[in-house]
Design a protein around this ligand. Structure first.
Ligand SMILES: *[C@@H]1O[C@H](CO)[C@@H](O)[C@H](O)[C@H]1NC(C)=O
Ligand SMILES: *[C@@H]1O[C@H](CO)[C@@H](O)[C@H](O)[C@H]1NC(C)=O
Ligand SMILES: *[C@@H]1O[C@H](CO)[C@@H](O)[C@H](O)[C@H]1NC(C)=O
Length: 823
């Protein structure tokens, strides 16, 4: 942090000495009349100094506030997205969506203060205490949950396996009117164990506003909330109808009891607590056999918000929003539908319920299946129906995990004593994990979009545009986006503040590379003599729009993360306290605890960052040519293929120079002998040319079971490395020090495919290894999914078992691309 201290010292302390000199100059003038020349000189000097110090003082003040504000000043180039780009007028089909990945089932619109809808549920008469489900929590220990089908736009089918019953949650949208149209939800509950008594379940459907809009509850006989009407800025008027449950589509009504709650909420993150605090056991469920049993329900008679409201008014200036809950309690099996109808949709042919809903669902499912096969061709490749179903679930979870967030990051630069609020911003993004990381992560997103770009390039363009619009004037994008109170409520305080020195791999260039490849007429080939692509193509228009931001982004990496030697780069933001950690972490690199220099210093060089920049430079050059930018030549100057390995390097990997703690004596500059993902980067990002003799060593080390090879994929750190599976601190389990990660394995499989198809001496070896690694990774992720019900954050390198957060259908879903052999 040398820069920080330097900056402050210059600005704060310099004016002070000048003022001292100024004081001491004054007596001279009175005492020594005989030397008028010298006196005048002193006067002049002191006036000069006085002016100089004043100017300097105000300049320093000005600079200080300017520099302090830089971190929260947005990039000056026109935003990629117009303010209205996600409005129902501009993008009606994508207005409503399952953009609340952090809840098991819920929908909202792509607007800053959206009305939200959602589902909570609870098993009645269970041994355990209240088992209220709402936000995705690993602690709920659900057997599995996730989207089986989801097209990202118009429908989705999710299956949730709770203790002894399964909920299927489906939605279908229908366009019409000016506010994003209608939708219908259908929840189907089935018992899945063979217990004698079918479980009784309460579903709690809710609607909540977020500081704007209003809701009216319409209560029918017997405490039953029949519908909610309401209005909001972007939705206009609307009506939500809660239909009665039935035993099945054809069957009649089922016995059910009803409860409702109408409350005020001080924020969406408080909804679970409001419901929990309002539960009462004073209601009776009369089983069809005649038995009466007390059950748990929201209580309309003692609204909990009364006392709550009183407290909150003093502490929380936020406006109270409307919150309405409809609870229906039924014994399985049953099915229930909820209907959202937009007020401006006037010529609706019929209601989207019952048989009409079934028909619509079937139609969308068929269209999805067709598009999936056309896009990925898994059946054609001979995969079994169960494997194809897995592939569909992996893709659907990434699509169904897309979120729309709005709010402010908390950021800090070297010039800020305290963290500041970043400008309000919107982010449409996929998320790594609905339970553990339900928000945007910069380096994950590039991997997500590799998959999504095949399915729907428009999603990739929109998500990338949202990310780039969050860039500040320096070219920095906060890497973890914790936008809004709901997102913040899930993040430990120490991770909230984002610092503007810190980078994260610019993986969005991977996604842009994919968009370039997709262009017709060889637009993506990079061949300067190839035919020019259609300037009206959405991707070309998009590239033109984002280009100024891309340039700033690239330059930000190229300057702030530059190492001491020309052409070298290093990750800033490493842990500073070397005493605390076995090896200070490098969270910014994305590979948190992967071994690096034992003593972080400006002399470090990080080969992975250098390779990321080589990738970025290549994509910039192609994009520049496409949009006719003269900077193409400058961008090409950072050409790949020049991996800098000094003569006499003991080992064949491509390590970066780093400081390593030497057992005796002071640390000295040397290569870190860790073999693992970072050593592979020149290969992973295809910086090595196909005839490089280094490929041979890479392939050999990858295939060595004592080093990186396992039957389940490549482990992150060689088994022979001293830090292999070592804890960083007592409480810090190994993360990138052994386990198998799917994003890097995807890059490895993709690189093997590349080298296996490129002319060169190692072509056959690469092709053979390609088949082997691909089979291992795909086989294991699939097997674990069948066994555990989930796709996982990482996989154990000795057993293959899924580990860490789950479901993790962020980059682990890249398994689909490996199945499809699309790279
Ligand atoms: C959306 O915004 C753009 C740019 O501000 C404007 O040109 C366009 O007319 C707007 N479209 C609608 C439907 O409001
Ligand atoms: C990146 O930085 C290097 C070293 O400062 C410079 O020579 C090069 O031109 C920069 N590249 C681009 C594309 O700005
Ligand atoms: C993998 O599983 C083995 C055996 O259960 C265990 O000892 C080891 O710690 C696990 N590895 C990781 C990375 O957790």
């Amino acid at each position: 942090m040398g820069r920080q201290r330097h900056g402050k010292r210059v600005l704060q302390s310099d004016p002070v000495p000048h003022r001292k000199e100024e004081k001491s100059a004054v007596p001279h003038r009175k005492d020594k009349k005989k030397k008028p020349d010298i006196g005048k000189l002193f006067i002049n000097i002191s006036i000069g100094l006085c002016i100089f110090s004043l100017v300097w003082f105000f300049y320093a003040l000005y600079m200080r506030s300017t520099l302090a504000k830089r971190v929260i000043t947005l990039h000056p180039s026109p935003r990629v997205l117009d303010d209205n780009s996600t409005s129902p007028a501009m993008s009606p089909e994508r207005f409503w969506g399952s953009y609340r990945p952090q809840v098991y089932f819920g929908m909202k619109t792509r607007s800053p203060r959206s009305v939200v809808t959602g589902l909570m549920w609870m098993r009645q008469f269970s041994e355990m205490d209240v088992s209220l489900r709402h936000t995705c929590e690993q602690g709920d220990r659900l057997q599995s949950y996730g989207w089986l089908l989801h097209d990202g736009v118009s429908f989705g089918v999710q299956e949730i396996r709770d203790s002894d019953f399964t909920l299927t949650t489906e939605f279908v949208k229908r366009m019409g009117g000016e506010h994003g149209g209608d939708w219908t939800w259908r929840i189907t509950a089935k018992q899945h164990s063979s217990a004698a008594q079918a479980p009784v379940i309460s579903l709690m459907f809710y609607v909540a506003t977020d500081t704007q809009g209003s809701l009216q509850a319409h209560v029918e006989e017997r405490n039953r909330l029949g519908s909610v009407t309401g209005s909001s800025e972007e939705l206009g008027n609307f009506k939500i109808t809660f239909r009665k449950p039935s035993a099945g589509e054809a069957a009649g009504d089922k016995y059910a009891t009803y409860n409702y709650l109408k409350a005020g909420s001080q924020g969406l993150e408080k909804l679970t607590d409001i419901v929990r605090n309002s539960l009462s056991r004073r209601f009776l469920f009369s089983t069809p056999s005649g038995e009466k049993r007390p059950y748990i329900a929201v209580d309309t008679h003692k609204p909990p918000q009364h006392q709550h409201q009183h407290q909150q008014q003093q502490q929380d200036p936020r406006k109270e929003s409307d919150f309405v809950v409809h609870q229906v309690t039924v014994q399985t099996p049953f099915q229930v539908e909820v209907l959202f109808e937009s007020g401006s949709f006037r010529d609706r042919p019929d209601q989207l319920v019952g048989a009409v809903m079934t028909e619509e669902l079937e139609r969308r499912k068929a269209a999805f299946d067709l598009k999936f096969e056309r896009t990925f061709g898994l059946q054609r490749k001979g995969y079994t129906p169960s494997q194809v179903k897995f592939g569909k679930a992996a893709l659907s979870n990434m699509l169904g995990g897309m979120g729309y967030f709005y709010g402010q990051s908390v950021v800090q630069s070297a010039y800020n004593e305290y963290p500041l609020l970043y400008p309000q911003g919107a982010l449409f993004t996929a998320v790594p994990s609905r339970s553990f990381f339900p928000r945007g992560f910069l380096w994950d997103e590039g991997f997500h979009q590799l998959l999504l770009a095949r399915w729907d390039p428009q999603v990739t363009r929109e998500a990338t545009a949202h990310w780039l619009d969050l860039m500040n004037t320096e070219g920095w994008i906060p890497r973890e986006q914790i936008l809004g109170d709901e997102a913040r409520s899930k993040v430990p305080a120490e991770f909230v503040v984002q610092r503007n020195e810190n980078a994260n791999p610019p993986t969005l260039f991977l996604a842009l590379q994919e968009l370039l490849e997709q262009l017709p007429d060889g637009g993506g080939s990079g061949d300067p003599d190839g035919p020019a692509p259609d300037p009206a193509h959405p991707t070309v228009r998009f590239l033109r729009r984002i280009f100024p931001r891309l340039q700033t982004w690239f330059e930000w990496y190229n300057t702030t993360q530059a190492g001491r030697l020309p052409g070298s780069y290093r990750w800033l933001g490493r842990d500073r306290d070397t005493e605390l950690f076995l090896n200070p972490k490098t969270l910014t690199s994305g590979l948190d605890d992967y071994p690096r220099a034992s003593h972080p210093s400006p002399d470090e060089r990080h080969v992975d960052l250098r390779c990321w920049l080589a990738l970025a430079a290549g994509v910039m050059a192609r994009a520049a040519r496409l949009v006719g930018e003269p900077h193409a030549a400058a961008a090409v100057s950072l050409k790949p293929e020049r991996v800098h390995v000094p003569p006499g390097t003991p080992r064949h990997q491509f390590p970066a120079a780093r400081l390593v703690r030497v057992v005796r004596g002071t640390p000295e500059l040397q290569y870190v002998n860790a073999l693992g993902y970072v050593s592979l980067f020149p290969f992973l990002l295809q910086v090595l040319s196909p005839d490089s003799p280094r490929l041979q060593h890479v392939l050999r080390d990858m295939r060595d079971p004592e080093k990186l090879w396992t039957p389940y994929g490549l482990r992150s750190l060689s088994k022979s490395d001293p830090l292999y599976m070592k804890r960083n601190t007592e409480h810090d389990a190994p993360y990138w020090r052994g386990p198998i990660w799917i994003n890097i394995n995807y890059l490895a499989v993709r690189a093997l495919h590349h080298y296996g198809n490129a002319e060169g001496p190692y072509r056959e070896a690469a092709a053979a290894l390609y088949q082997e690694l691909r089979t291992n990774v795909v086989g294991n992720v699939y097997r674990q999914y069948l066994e555990t019900g989930y796709i996982w954050e990482q996989y154990n390198d000795t057993t293959g078992r899924g580990q860490g957060s789950h479901p993790f259908t962020g980059w682990s879903a890249l398994t689909v691309l490996m199945m499809a052999e699309q790279y």
